[in-house]
Design a protein around this ligand. Sequence first.
Ligand code: UD1
Ligand code: CA
Length: 483
Amino acid sequence: MSQAPRRTVVVLAAGEGKRMKSATPKVLHPLLGRTLLGHVLVAAGAAGAEQTVVVVGHKAEAVSAHLAEVAPAAVPVLQAQQNGTGHAVRIALEAVPDASGTLVVLNGDVPLLRGETVAALIEAHESASRAATVLAAAVEDPSGLGRIVRDAAGGLSRIVEERDASADVRAIREINAGIYAFDLAALREALGKLSTDNDQGEEYLTDVFGLLVEMGSPVGVFVAADAEETLGANDRAQLADLRSRLRDRVNTAWMRSGVSILDPATTWIDVTVTLEPDAVVDQNSQLQGATSVASGAVIGPDTTLIDTVVGAGASVLRTHSIGAEVGAEATVGPFSFLRPGTRMGRKSKVGGFVEAKNAELGEGAKVPHLSYVGDASIGARANIGAGTIFANYDGVNKSRTTVGEAAFVGSDTVLIAPVEVGPGAYVAAGSAIASDVPSGSLGVTRAQQRNVEGWTVRRRPGTVSAEAAERAAQGRGEVSTAE
Ligand code: UD1
Ligand code: CA
């Protein structure tokens, strides 16, 4: 048995992507959890290459910094001037002079490409011992793309860029996807012969195919089973189109694995998210980043979860959450905001119009209504009354508040941190608590109530309130205090 050749990957990412009209390089635009380049690198991983070179140029620093984050093993190589895709590959190969075997080249702007397709392209290329194989696709609208020109026998004869093509060639709807496998020795030889004799005055990688044919080397076409995978994004309208296609692909895969997605058209799930079977995602929800949702949990409608971990059987309704953990069978919302460091225990509750940040809720703890919970630890089964504010910031420093197990904090309380309410303690509604409330005690800071009798009729005569007070007085058989 012959051994598989060694493999190297080159990703072309030096172009500006002018038609994006963006300060951000095209390959760094995001698409459901990864950049365009990030998606391509993941697909390229299926090549099983020993080394990956990424050609950077336009905003090279930003692209290299992104690479260091998402693919630290990939080597960025600078193409200072973007003199064409052939020139880019030539420069990339200077960085890996010892590479031999198969070179896989990918454009950096084809985010829907699947790893399986990369692997199949390589398999077709290597098993036929070709000098070069191009990934092609038959498309409805080939405009702007290189066309695959075949000879009478159906073999590849050359690839022609649209701007250099005759009317006949422009009519061809089989296009070059910008993804290739090459035999490195043959490629090196052909790259040395590239001219810039074309409409753009650039070195075209695609010209390698015609040169290899002239040299009598075997070249071939591998047709993608799913043309969608070869779509590139040149402007933001195309990017939006790719985004909705990827959304459908991701949603379909989750539904097939047992997740209920009630309205796939309005549900946007990053490729980095994980969901367990029997999770339910209701309409108009976005799940992003490192979010995970366990079995039986119900998310949405109208919910955004970013880097949020949701436990089994929990419910998160009309909520925005970032960097939070929602425990099993816990409930959140509607209309709440969970911020980083919120950790909700099992069966705990964050109800309507609550903001929580850096806050731990023990098992069964409840913050049911209209509260701000910042920098807090709330014990199991504690109850935080409506409108409670955890005042964590004195204008300079942030401090923590601790509420003990099964403590009961009355409505409209301010807990002024740092402060501690002990286990089983009560706080009277409307209190401003700046000193600790010991376990089992009642903390109360309200002023004594004083009622000024007959005030409304005397001081607000003629108002609807005064009339109501007079009627109430007559009903009690009292004499009106008005003249
Ligand atoms: C290229 C192909 C075309 C194919 C299309 C598929 C050539 C000459 N043409 O055209 O046949 O149908 O892709 O999308 O290759 N890049 C560099 N350095 C450069 C030039 C480009 O790194 O000097 C990178 C770009 O960042 C991009 C990729 O190469 O990721 C393709 O370049 P682009 O200008 O988009 O080529 P197309 O005109 O689309
Ligand atoms: Ca392109």
